[in-house]
Structure formats: structure tokens, C-alpha cells
Design a protein. Structure first.
Length: 114
């Protein structure tokens, strides 16, 4: 499984960004996909997931109500819509998928200025 993330950038507090993650390879075997957030000096944290079967989503408390994960099966792409961004959302965001093991995309930087 290969994951290609895109969509990061710089935005002012209160703004929005949408991240995309295109999956390729053995995508039929993907059980779930999601996004991890790694802020400067902090550990990587799982913030949003979407289950392949049924589409159930879950979120970390820090982003609940502001971020939305969704997928487009026709494009094999998962999105993370980030609204009401805060400076503390500044981080590198990694796309993630799980099959028999974890797969990671390259990180995409999100910078939120106050």
C-alpha cells in the first residue's frame, strides 16, 4: 500500500484547510485509514480514523467538532477537512492505513498563525 498525502500549508487561526491522501496498491485489503498529527516536540497522535467497512469515523477530543474525515472510494482517497484551525494545530500530518500492518504516507506540514 502506498499513500500520497497533499494539501498542507499555512493559514491564519480560524481558517480551514483540506488534506488529501490517495491510496494505491493493495487497497482492497485496507481495514481503516486515518490521520496522525505530530506537533513540534510531541509524539505522533492519532486524530481521525475511518473504518473501511461501514465508514465509521472517530476523532481525538482535540479535533472533535472541527475536523472531519471522509473518503471517496472511487478515487481511493481519504480527506481531512480542518475547520476553525488553531495555532496548536500546527504540526506535520501523516496519512495512515492499516492492512496487516501500519502504512504511512509522507508528512504534510500545516502551520496556523495567530
Amino acid at each position: 500500500v502506498q499513500l500520497q498525502a497533499s494539501g498542507g500549508g499555512s493559514v491564519q487561526a480560524g481558517g480551514s484547510l483540506r488534506l488529501s491522501c490517495a491510496a494505491s496498491g493493495n487497497i482492497a485489503s485496507i481495514n481503516a485509514m486515518g490521520w496522525y498529527q505530530q506537533a513540534p516536540g510531541k509524539q505522533r497522535e492519532l486524530i481521525a480514523t475511518i473504518i473501511n467497512s461501514g465508514g465509521k469515523t472517530s476523532y481525538a477530543d482535540s479535533v472533535k467538532g472541527r475536523f472531519t474525515i471522509s473518503r471517496d472510494n472511487a478515487k481511493n482517497t481519504v480527506y481531512l477537512q480542518m475547520n476553525s484551525l488553531k495555532p496548536e494545530d500546527t504540526a506535520v500530518y501523516y496519512c495512515w492505513a492499516i492492512v496487516l500492518r501500519n502504512y504511512w504516507g509522507q508528512g504534510t506540514q500545516v502551520t496556523v498563525s495567530s
